[in-house]
Design a protein around this ligand. Structure first.
Ligand code: ZN
Length: 297
């Protein structure tokens, strides 16, 4: 079985950089954890593919990327986090939503999301993370990200994302590409690139035919020199743990912890990203309480 991976490409006399990612296994894994409907898989899969590629633009291993989608449609919100190491996790707040297919037979992603915003947060370990937000223009995610790169980062980009779901809701194909122009790219290069993108059949029609990411880039870079400069595995990974759950409890008010201890019942902390449950008994809660008291000194 083919595994999930990501490639980085440089071409057109180093005037165009590209990323492509295959996330079929990751999106299937997320489907099984969250019981995602095809629409939820489409939204989360597109966001995770984008997040993995954008994670490659981070500078340091410790940096964290968060992409958040907020809408007034039935999905409400979706969030993913990623990083330079190529791991991703995410969830949609309402994974059970279904809507009728669009007239062209596609999943109606933009209606599921509705009007709203897309926010990108880059946490680089500084006091304040870098936060940038745009209003959604299409709600199809790829177009919105293209707009995001133009508005927030002044980088002309083209983003393609797709998730193809089988009748039994398993994931047949999932992935994306991201092409970016370096400053001062000549018009001839831009025109040829636009032509290539326009003629491209689309991410999931292409990948589901058994093509590789390298072949996808060959098509998108047609007429240009180009080379793969990096290839890496990507995977689903959540960084929650028993200890981190304790840290979450320590952010609660002292009185709340005291009440929990007085009630004498264990407390459960659930991770929204991976659905792990962590149980804290009274001894754990007392430890959290002494930690809060120590911090207050
Ligand atoms: Zn988790």
């Amino acid at each position: 079985m083919k595994h999930d991976y990501l490639i980085r490409v440089l071409g057109a006399n180093e005037k165009v950089r590209g990323f492509a990612v295959d996330t079929k296994g990751i999106v299937e894994h997320a489907r099984l954890i969250h019981h995602n409907t095809p629409l939820a898989s489409a939204i989360l899969g597109r966001l995770m593919s984008a997040g993995l590629m954008m994670g490659q633009m981070l500078k340091s291993k410790e940096d964290k990327l968060t992409v958040q989608l907020l809408g007034d449609g039935p999905f409400k919100h979706a969030i993913i986090t990623s990083n330079l190491a190529g791991t991703v996790r995410g969830y949609v707040s309402n994974p059970g939503v279904e809507l009728p297919l669009r007239k062209d037979g596609h999943l109606d992603v933009s209606r599921a999301i509705g009007n709203g915003s897309l926010t990108v947060i880059r946490d680089m370990g500084l006091k304040d993370p870098y936060v940038s937000s745009i209003d959604l223009t299409s709600g199809e995610i790829a177009e919105d990200l293209t707009y995001y790169f133009a508005q927030s980062e002044q980088t002309p980009s083209s983003v393609g994302l797709g998730v193809l779901v089988d009748v039994d809701q398993t994931i047949l194909a999932s992935g994306g590409f991201l092409l970016q122009l370096m400053p001062n790219t000549d018009q001839k290069t831009i025109d040829q690139l636009e032509k290539n993108i326009k003629n491209f059949v689309g991410v999931t029609p292409y990948l589901s035919q058994g093509h590789s990411l390298e072949e996808m880039m060959d098509v998108l870079f047609e007429g240009f020199d180009h080379e793969v400069t990096d290839t890496m595995d990507v995977s689903w990974k959540c960084n929650c743990s028993f200890e981190r759950g304790k840290e979450v409890l320590a952010t609660l008010k002292r009185d709340e912890i005291v009440n929990m201890i007085e009630e004498g019942k264990p407390v459960e902390v659930n991770c929204d990203f991976c659905q792990s449950h962590y149980r804290y008994d009274i001894e754990d809660l007392k430890e959290v309480l002494s930690h809060i008291d120590e911090q207050a000194k």
